[in-house]
Write a protein of this length. Structure first.
Length: 200
């Protein structure tokens, strides 16, 4: 697998040398940071509206690539103001005390063609846990204005209890109001940061 990945990386680097060892930043208008959690009998979704992130792509040595991003916890949005206010309270994200959620990768490993396992430190509500995200490369290209872009996506399931988010209510018929498992989906479109050479 490593040999196949090395050949793929070399081919990509040869085809698009300008993309080697370059930096990309999240395009917020075309990036979604969403989640779903069980509520009694169904899944309720939400998203974060304010975030930033940087991806460093090293085509020559893909394992040297990295990603980091920061989310403003108070930008949580579920299309229900009262629920959003509750999520921002100390019962959940406690945004006044812990204003951000962050991820910083520590390793990138190939996991088949176009897929990687990105391990890093996820910090939420003051708790840092190591997580591994399965990341899929969606493609690359230029928009009509000449901006070079890359796309990635990941989905994973987190247990909110691991990050000290434990609020709940028991139901009369048994069970609880909110599930512990949170499905996270992130789809990123990122713009290449133009270097001096690109501006000539």
């Amino acid at each position: 697998m490593k040999t196949r990945f090395a050949v793929l990386a070399a081919a990509l680097a040869a085809a698009s040398p300008a993309l080697a060892a370059e930096t990309y930043t999240f395009d917020k208008a075309h990036t979604t940071v969403g989640f779903e959690v069980r509520h009694i009998v169904t899944n309720v979704g939400g998203k974060f509206q304010e975030f930033s992130g940087t991806i460093k792509v090293d085509r020559a040595t893909p394992e040297a690539s990295s990603v980091e991003f920061t989310i403003r916890a108070d930008s949580v949005f579920t299309n229900e103001p009262k629920r959003d206010a509750h999520l921002k309270s100390p019962d959940f994200f406690d945004v006044a005390t812990y204003p951000t959620i962050s991820f910083r990768s520590t390793s990138v490993k190939p996991d088949g063609k176009g897929s990687w396992l990105v391990t890093g430190d996820l910090t939420m509500r003051g708790v840092t846990k190591q997580v591994t995200l399965p990341v899929t490369f969606l493609g690359e290209g230029k928009d009509p204005w000449g901006n070079e872009k890359v796309g990635f996506e990941t989905s994973t399931t987190l247990n909110r209890q691991d990050f000290g988010i434990s609020w709940n209510k028991a139901l009369d018929q048994g069970g609880v109001l909110v599930g512990d498992e949170v499905k996270v989906q992130v789809s990123v479109e990122a713009n290449k940061v133009k270097q001096a050479a690109d501006l000539k």
